[in-house]
Design a binder for this molecule. Sequence first.
Ligand code: 3PG
Length: 464
Amino acid sequence: MIGLGTMGRNLVLNISDHGYSVAGFDKNAAQVELLKKDSGDRNLFTTSALEEFVNALKAPRVILLLVPAGKIVDEVIQELKPLLSGDDLLMDCGNSHFTDTNTRIEELAKSGIHFMGVGISGGESGARYGPSIMPGGPKDIYKHVAPMLESISAKVKEEPCVTWLGVGSAGHYVKMVHNGIEYGLMQLISEAYHLLKVAGRMNNDELHDVFSEWNNGMLHSFLIEITADIFAQKDELTSNSLVDMILDSAHQKGTGGWTSQDAMKLQVPIPVIDIAVSMRDLSAFKKEREAAQQKLEGPGYKFEEDKKALVSWLEQALYFSMITTYAQGMSLLHYASKEYKYDLKLENIASIWRGGCIIRSSLLDDIKSTFSRQSDLSNIVTDDGIGQKLMQSQIAIRKIVQIAVDTGIPVPALMGSLAYYDSYRSGWLPANLIQAQRDYFGAHTYERNDREGTFHTKWNHENE
Ligand code: 3PG
């Protein structure tokens, strides 16, 4: 393992627990010391000398990289390359951009070194006790590391949350979309919090109870579970709830934005994920928001209806919008798989996301079985079972969006999810007018709905 930060260190311990002999390297001696301290009486080889590390490995070597994505990955590869031999395998387990992974595969292939892009999700405890692992690269090479990855991964009903996903950068692409979905779900949950806190005037104890209750029902998922916990956490520095002491300005490392960028490139709509990225951006404009608050008023309407009804509508609204968020991510994977020739099996992806990762949820059981019946489905909303669930919960999300509009509480992801549903189920959309406008001002031409061909009209202004 190269890189003994939180993820690397915990993965080393996990791998070692499963009977594999493992060596750890980090340039930073303090990180090496941390691993030594955690390793108890395990027989680990640790060092902050790269050559010593490489020489300690039996050829062909299997080296996992867990270093920050970007330039550092290339720097490590450059230092490592002269020390490696043909047939060694490098597995980049960080959140590298999939296009970088493609470049690295090609570069290293020239020296006969195999390179795999491997997504890992589950945070610190996932790394330690069982993450969801998303490997991509040459299938015949994957076979050599499959037993190790299967043993350290999370299990759902004894099935390991890892499988080979596809060639090239498939693993990193799938991890990127996983994170995009994660951004969408987190934004939706934060909007539900906003409505419950402001419209429902609930305190953190009540919020804890609501989220705990939700986690026992149809919203059962890791993110709902940790949200319930968060509301119960007290601050160590004051007597307040910790959540109330955290600055409302969200950070990001980029994977959500990359998902949106690639979806736009491929022209696949994923509005909930786009909105989630924009809302993190907007949250960071804290000073501007505070200034605007002094000037701009909302509708001044207060929600006076039954709190219990609000909670119940919101539960269904979240269910509806979480389905559409997974639907958008899956639809992107469907089209990206064709474009990049990954040949992804969406059933397998839903399956390995059911345990260990941040977006694990009971909804993924339904999504997995949908793809087991229709492996090439471009959008799960048209599956009979999933469509039924959306139709049943649509009244609730419409009600919630209405409350948000009336009270002036921003819920763009919930709104975006509903609008996505309403647009996707519309056989006709007003895009004919957009085409007419494009042709009017730019002679961009249009197609007709009654005959083949491309048309341009001399619109009124041209006759003036
Ligand atoms: C990760 O993969 O590091 C996180 O799940 C997402 O990170 P971010 O919210 O900092 O972008």
